[in-house]
Design a protein around this ligand. Structure first.
Ligand code: SF4
Length: 378
């Protein structure tokens, strides 16, 4: 047994060493070794190791140790350097050239999922109680903010609650009500014309089919999809100015015409996602990814965006560009859905209200007067 235990030392030594080991390890001693604890055995082994080898081993160990120390120091140093120069700003995530359709689908859906987390309360930002109110409000929202439309329509629908009422109205009175929305003469013509068509061709009801909706005066595919998606629960992609801008920034499509954009984006998402996708994109366009000054430095999807850097990348400066609830200001709806209120959203005040918005948590300054036209299209 003793001989067996001593074997590893013998094997690992050179020929000379084997002899030394043999000499140095008499049977009796081996018996003692057997009884003794491994420390003794190790002592024997040490004794048997020639001086040269010991030096060589020491040298090797020293070299290894010094290499390890150097390596660890280098790693530490490199970590420190990395930490010191770690970029605070997010690098743009350019999609690869010749991105495959599958890769594009994955990327687009990932952006939508992230936006759904940022805006879990996304909703249509026009106040409405029925399809008629929604189709009229959507026509009025051209070239103005949803906020301004929401502040104007309560008076309109109080006086003309049905298509029949609006169709039979005095145009001048309607124009007076619609004046704050801009282009009020043309808009009066459109809403009165579509009310007449609803009364005469659809029995006073808003039709729930795309092909019927687009026949109404002043109603294009965009308005039709807003109505289908939000008043009838039928999937629709709303290609408004924000949607067009953002999908191009994200390189989801290079198309420029709304109909072609709608088709291209429709291929990237299942139909069931279309309505909420539109809300997510439009919410993002209104609050963060603005036309002239996108707030890239405060954008939660910056790591996924190929256009990162098109706007302000300094986080502090970018925060000041945020609008609506992201900037600490009221939203656009006077009567927003409960989910928006639950998320801390502030409803917009009625037209003419002088109350300023509460202090912005990000800027610490009071928000703009809520009926200010300076908030841009939205
Ligand atoms: S704000 Fe900047 S980073 Fe964010 S989506 Fe728009 S362009 Fe991209």
């Amino acid at each position: 047994m003793a001989a067996k235990k001593a074997t590893p030392a013998k094997k690992s030594a050179s020929g000379k060493k084997t002899t030394a080991v043999k000499k140095a390890t008499p049977v009796r001693k081996a018996a003692a070794v057997k009884k003794s604890v491994p420390v003794k055995k190790s002592a024997v082994a040490k004794k048997a190791t020639p001086v040269k080898k010991t030096l060589a081993v020491k040298k090797t160990l020293a070299v290894k140790k010094s290499a390890a120390v150097k390596k660890s120091a280098a790693v530490k140093k490199s970590a420190v350097v990395k930490k010191a120069v770690a970029p605070e700003r997010v690098a743009p995530a350019r999609p690869p050239r010749n991105e495959s359709h599958t890769a594009l689908v994955r990327r687009a859906r990932r952006i939508d999922r992230e936006l759904a987390e940022v805006y879990p309360y996304a909703h249509p930002e026009l106040d409405f109680e029925n399809p008629f109110q929604l189709v009229v409000a959507t026509v009025l929202s051209a070239q103005t903010t949803d906020l301004r439309v929401n502040q104007t329509t309560p008076a309109l629908f109080a006086k003309y609650p049905t298509p029949e009422d609006l169709a039979a109205a005095n145009p001048e009175e309607v124009e007076e009500i619609l004046r704050p929305t801009g282009f009020f003469r043309a808009k009066t013509k459109s809403v009165m014309g579509l009310s007449k068509a609803l009364r005469d061709d659809f029995g006073g009801e808003v039709p729930g089919r795309l092909e019927d909706l687009v026949k109404l005066p002043g109603v294009g595919r965009k308005t039709a999809f807003v109505v289908l998606g939000n008043a009838f629960g039928r999937p629709g992609i709303t290609v408004d100015t924000h949607f067009q801008r953002l999908v191009r920034r994200w390189e989801w499509t290079a198309e420029k015409e709304p109909d072609k954009i709608e088709r291209a984006i429709g291929e990237l998402f299942p139909k069931t996602d279309w309505t909420m996708l539109s809300h997510h994109v439009i919410f993002h366009g209104r609050r963060i990814c603005h036309a002239r000054k996108p707030a890239c430095g405060a954008c939660p999807i910056a790591p996924l965006c190929p256009a990162y850097g098109e706007g302000e990348t300094d986080p502090e400066k970018a925060k000041k560009l945020l609008k609506y609830e992201k900037g600490g200001f009221p939203g656009q709806r006077l009567n927003p859905p409960q989910s928006y209120l639950d998320a801390g959203g502030i409803p917009a005040p009625p037209l003419g209200a002088t109350t300023a918005a509460p202090a912005s948590p990000s800027t610490g300054t009071a928000g703009p007067a809520t009926d200010s036209p300076s908030r841009g299209t939205g």
